[in-house]
Design a protein around this ligand. Structure first.
Ligand SMILES: Cc1cc2nc3c(=O)[nH]c(=O)nc-3n(C[C@H](O)[C@H](O)[C@H](O)COP(=O)(O)OP(=O)(O)OC[C@H]3O[C@@H](n4cnc5c(N)ncnc54)[C@H](O)[C@@H]3O)c2cc1C
Length: 403
């Protein structure tokens, strides 16, 4: 493991810092504000600035509009962007990190040319229509049906928890196309225009007061076969490309980080530092933070050497999401009666602890729940026996549904 930048990495970091100092917007958004038109407009402008300078998707090759940089350069840029107080991919993360790479991998040349550049510049936003009431962790349990009708497919069903569907232009959609084969073998992926007739988006009101994700209903939605991504009934393999990108992109910075939390505590509640119970928890979070730093260093070292990081990203996400929830819960407690104020204009620390307190539970579910990630760690890191999968070889139509 190497904790230091190589000479080339140090040069790149200095170049990025200088560029950010000259170009980063002054009033940087603290986080992706998916609720306001101004937040979206600001994010689009920053995305366009990054794309013009070759910093939007650093690892993308030149033919896709990227600079053809290395994964470690992407890590360095993200670190510096975050240190500059900028939100990172925000609105565009799902599209650029998961949907567009899936389109690039499976669509024809004309489709790629049509979509890649506008997504890179933040002009078009994509969402991921995977989870359903019957299939979240078990993606292969989905029931949204696509039935072929000549050169088109007719889709009926429902998705849920679709982040950003309410402002998205396009989506990738996984459907059930064959009931007579085991669940992993009868799915097909498409890209769709979110403004198509037959697509209805309903925002879900969250306990935070926001509405960042949605239910999406399909009623006789017609999709041309030319919008299919990958072979018929082979959508599972296509979705693995999307999910691989998802697991690799979640687990970096999420909400309030340890240094921010400690700074707050020193400023706002210095007396808490003398409380032995608080000190014990602080020591635990400090140790966790150091452990995470080393796990991240392992990932960064692998990237730096041109290798693919292993499943250790799952460890990072489980620990970060838990730690965030515990720290912001402590902060809300220490704020006493002010902890319940949500309005950023009134609340201490711009309401960041209150906001994170309400969103932290979701982070333990998004991109793989705690239990699913622990299964991955058990099976792929520790080499323990696999999860029991009783329905693996059963035709989808014969899987008991409880109805
Ligand atoms: C903030 C956020 C954003 C999201 N954005 C999107 C999006 O843009 N697009 C999209 O398609 N989806 C999105 N999701 C949905 C997300 O992918 C699912 O919520 C997640 O996969 C879990 O699925 P589920 O909610 O159906 O829970 P379930 O799969 O029903 O799980 C319920 C509980 O059972 C546990 N469990 C399930 N299977 C196992 C097992 N094999 N072993 C042990 N325990 C198990 C789970 O850990 C969980 O505790 C988002 C979710 C959140 C919270």
């Amino acid at each position: 493991m190497d904790f230091n930048d190589s000479p080339e990495e140090a040069t790149y970091r200095a170049k990025v810092r200088a560029w950010l100092a000259a170009n980063a917007p002054k009033a940087a958004a603290r986080s992706a504000d998916s609720e306001s038109a101004e937040g979206l407009a600001r994010a689009r402008a920053w995305q366009a600035t990054k794309a013009a300078a070759g910093y939007a998707q650093i690892t993308w090759p030149k033919e896709w509009g990227g600079p053809g940089g290395t994964p470690i350069q992407q890590v360095i840029f993200s670190q510096e962007e975050s240190a500059a107080g900028l939100a990172g991919a925000g609105y565009f993360g799902i599209g650029l990190g998961m949907c567009v790479p899936t389109v690039i991998a499976f669509a024809d040349e004309a489709t790629r040319l049509r979509f890649v550049a506008p997504a890179l510049r933040g002009e078009e936003i994509w969402c991921q229509l995977f989870s359903e009431p019957s299939g979240g962790s078990d993606l292969a349990g989905i029931r949204t049906r696509a039935i072929r009708d000549g050169d088109e497919w007719v889709v009926n069903g429902q998705k849920i928890w679709t982040s950003g569907a309410h402002y998205s232009d396009f989506a990738i959609l996984i459907t059930r196309t064959n009931l007579d084969v085991p669940k992993h073998k009868g799915m097909t992926m498409f890209w769709i225009d979110m403004k198509s007739p037959g697509v209805e988006v309903r925002q879900i009101h969250q306990m935070s007061g926001g509405s960042g994700f949605n239910e999406v209903f399909f009623t006789d939605l017609r999709i041309p076969d030319s919008q299919r991504l990958g072979p018929v009934d082979d959508g599972w393999k296509v979705s693995l490309v999307t999910l691989m990108n998802e697991r690799n992109s979640v687990g970096g910075t999420m909400g309030v980080a340890w240094p921010e939390f400690l700074t707050y505590l020193r400023d706002a509640a210095p007396e808490a530092l003398g409380d032995s119970a608080v000190r014990e928890r602080l020591a635990e979070w400090y140790v966790q933070t150091e452990g995470l730093k080393h796990i991240r260093s392992r990932t960064i070292t692998a990237l730096s050497k041109g290798q693919t990081p292993g499943p250790e990203n799952s460890i990072t996400k489980v620990v970060v999401a838990h730690q965030l929830q515990a720290m912001v819960s402590e902060a809300v407690d220490l704020l006493d009666q002010f902890g319940i104020i949500a309005d950023p204009a009134q609340a201490p620390q711009d309401g960041v602890f209150h906001g994170s307190f309400l969103s932290a539970p979701g982070l333990r579910i998004a991109g793989g729940s705690d239990e699913i990630l622990r299964n991955i760690i058990a099976e792929r890191v520790l080499g323990l026996p696999g999860d029991i999968r009783l329905d693996k070889d059963v035709a989808f139509k014969d899987i008991p549904t409880g109805r």
